[in-house]
Design a protein around this ligand. Structure first.
Ligand code: PLP
Length: 439
């Protein structure tokens, strides 16, 4: 076998997630530290953070308050068993999160990531129907172009082909509604006019499979990873209406849109539609410690817990690190910062300037569509040679120009930290323009 032991400095042993490993290891892009709106390379070069890390660093980098809370907690309580024992921090964080979630989403189940939150929510939906004597409801409905993490439940209901095709057939009984990207909505800031009727795809699935076979319908209020597809006016209301008519659990995956990205606490608040379950992660701890959550309606919590006999575990589900002390401490400190600094209101205040700067890039020949809402936007770039090739090249060119921006295929996903100021947005859009105009 032609195999060499890696040297001490070799990049080889680390199999990087969602990365062109061979390309990266030949031309690494290393980040050494971060502060405020910027990353710094090991040579000290500044890189403006155009995507809040991976949409998680809403309060900006290097927040001492979070680091110190995590540090204090690690010294005091390194770990406590998550099953059948409690510690105060996770209860307090659940209370603080429930205080900002909409409607009666007042029960918080902790996980360690967005993917786990999604699979947890799907399982809660199934368990809920079973607890109320409708265990035959097992179908799960998602949507084309959806992203719900990488676990088997999530990829089964999601709709981004490359994330699915290498991994078999997924869960049985999953169906997909059409996505809501429409040609006639191109270059529309905010919610587009066309496409509310696409929500009737859920009605068609009810008609096809039977109303008492569908357990849940999961969508991102704004389709995020695929590139900020904002819901058409009336679309989410219609989904809610159909779910109510047929007793289907509506799940909003707010892993990206949660905690201020849309200019309100949640996409649910921005679009005025409350789901039955909501998945959260990322900005919950400002990205500092892995943590996710599912916010659950009182009705679902009470149905599942009420159906179990006394002295029995009600939901056979949970993670060793659900609500672990250090993550809970980071979550609490993040909540403090968001409230003290009014970051959700700040996102709303910065949004007009952000959208103006984003849509001003419309004149660039290589830009084929722009979409945006709150402090989240996307530029679709004309592909070259094969899908994703230009996007991969752009990652390097943007990096060389001093920018880190998440690319999905040939789309640039722009979502700066909520602490951004006018000068950061000017720098962001000037640099994007400088790179894109060479294409
Ligand atoms: N759901 C949505 C909407 C996401 O955007 C993501 C990640 O980007 C996930 C789930 C998965 O989160 P994680 O990568 O923390 O597992």
């Amino acid at each position: 076998m032609n195999w060499q032991m890696p040297t001490a400095n070799s990049l080889e042993p680390y199999w990087m997630p969602f990365t062109a490993n061979r390309q990266f290891k030949a031309h690494p892009r290393m980040i050494a530290r971060a502060e405020g709106m910027y990353y710094y390379t090991d040579r000290g070069d500044a890189l403006l953070d155009g995507s809040s890390g991976l949409f998680c660093v809403g309060a900006g980098h290097g927040r001492k308050q979070i680091a110190e809370a995590a540090h204090r907690t690690l010294l005091e309580l390194d770990y406590a068993p998550a099953f059948q024992y409690g510690h105060p921090l996770s209860f307090e964080l659940a209370r603080r999160v429930a205080a900002v979630t909409p409607g009666d989403l007042n029960y918080i189940f902790f996980t360690n990531s967005g993917s786990e939150s999604v699979d947890t929510a799907l399982k809660i939906a199934l368990a809920y129907h079973r607890a109320r004597g409708e265990g035959q409801r097992q179908r799960l409905v998602g949507r084309e172009k959806g992203y719900h993490g990488v676990n088997f439940g999530g990829i089964s209901v999601a709709g981004m082909m490359p994330n699915k095709k290498a991994f078999g057939v997924g869960l049985p009984g999953c169906a997909h509604m059409r996505h809501t990207w429409l040609e006639e909505n191109r270059f529309t800031p905010g919610q587009p006019e066309h496409g509310a009727e696409l929500a009737n795809d859920l009605q068609r699935l009810v008609d096809l499979h039977g109303e008492d076979t569908i357990a849940a319908c999961i969508v991102e209020p704004i389709a995020g990873s695929v590139g900020c597809i904002v819901p058409p006016k009336g679309y989410l209301d219609r989904l809610r209406e159909i779910c109510d008519t047929y007793g289907i659990v509506l799940i909003f995956d707010e892993v990206i849109t949660g905690f201020g990205r849309t200019g309100k606490q949640f996409g649910a608040d921005s679009f005025g539609v409350t789901p039955d379950l909501m998945t959260l992660a990322k900005a919950l701890t400002n990205g500092v410690v892995p943590m996710g959550a599912v916010a659950c309606s009182e009705k679902i919590y009470e149905t599942i817990t009420g159906a179990a006999p006394d002295m029995a575990v009600e939901l056979f589900h949970g993670y060793t690190y659900s609500g672990c002390p250090v993550a809970s401490a980071a979550g609490l400190a993040t909540r403090d910062i968001f409230e003290e600094e009014g970051l959700v209101e700040r996102a709303a205040a910065m949004s007009p300037r952000f959208l103006e700067g984003l849509f001003a890039l419309k004149d660039l020949a290589v830009v084929t569509d722009i979409r945006g809402y709150g402090l989240f936007g996307t530029l679709d770039i004309a592909p070259k040679d094969r899908p994703g090739a230009r996007g991969n090249q752009l990652i390097q060119e943007l990096f060389d120009a001093g920018l880190i921006i998440k690319m999905t295929g040939d789309s640039l996903l722009v979502s700066p930290p909520l602490i951004c100021e006018d000068a950061h947005l000017d720098e962001l859009f000037t640099k994007i323009r400088d790179v894109l105009k060479t294409h």
